[in-house]
Design a protein around this ligand. Structure first.
Ligand SMILES: [Zn+2]
Length: 224
């Protein structure tokens, strides 16, 4: 089964929004005037469409995201549930799962990276062969996005080493290589490597703290 958030995850978030359970405490301080996020007030609710995969079909699921406002300067900030990555319609398990599949494989092409059991997840109307499906270029973009989480990775690494100073993680990260056939520029090589490091750090973080770096840490690092 392809990795994805479930309809139940999205409904559960909606219930938390409706019960006023979404709090701003974990957001970073205001980037403009440094007011701590615990003082932010709810500003607006915005409906947001997510794409989840159910039995290999892409289905839209909707829930509200909460926007908070800084009382100091009026800047607004979106709160993202743990299954979401800013500006992405696919859910975080799908984005990290397919991206990890690509960066961790020696030979995989983007075309192969979208395939699960010989087909790519598609839209419900895919009676015709040209119906939209998960595109290889989408995985390429996801890796670019995940490659930008450098601050989150640094913070996670510090926590991991505090918890276990003799952890093998630094050796594991230093050993990582990207097959030369996967990039034509040095910039792309760095993005692929950063994404691969994120995958490793997330696995260590899950094993050590029984939670994802995306639940709190990435939010606190403003998804950088
Ligand atoms: Zn502010």
């Amino acid at each position: 089964m392809p990795p994805t958030a479930t309809l139940e995850d999205i409904k559960a978030h909606q219930r938390r929004v409706e019960k006023d359970k979404i709090i701003p405490d974990n957001l970073p301080p205001c980037s403009r005037c440094s007011v701590e996020s615990e003082f932010f007030k709810i500003h607006a609710y915005r409906e947001r469409r997510f794409l989840i995969i159910i039995e290999m079909l892409l289905k839209a699921a909707y829930c509200s995201l909460v926007r908070f406002i800084c009382p100091g300067c009026g800047k607004t900030f979106t709160h993202y549930p743990e299954f979401a990555i800013p500006h992405k319609h696919y859910t975080r398990p799908t984005i990290t799962g397919f991206s990890a599949g690509y960066v961790e494989s020696e030979n995989m092409t983007y075309q192969q990276a979208v395939m699960v059991d010989n087909s790519a997840p598609g839209y419900p109307q895919s009676g015709s062969s040209d119906a939209p499906t998960l595109a290889p270029t989408t995985i390429h973009r996801w890796i670019t996005t995940l490659g930008r989480f450098t601050q989150s990775c640094r913070s996670a690494l510090i926590l991991l080493l505090q918890e276990n100073p003799v952890s093998s993680i630094c050796r594991d990260l230093a050993r990582l290589v990207i097959a030369p056939r996967k990039y034509k520029t040095n910039q792309r090589k760095k993005q692929l490597l950063s994404c691969r490091q994120l995958v490793i750090i997330e696995a260590f973080f899950q094993a050590t703290f029984k939670t994802s770096i995306f639940t709190k840490l990435a939010t606190r690092c403003a998804f950088s």
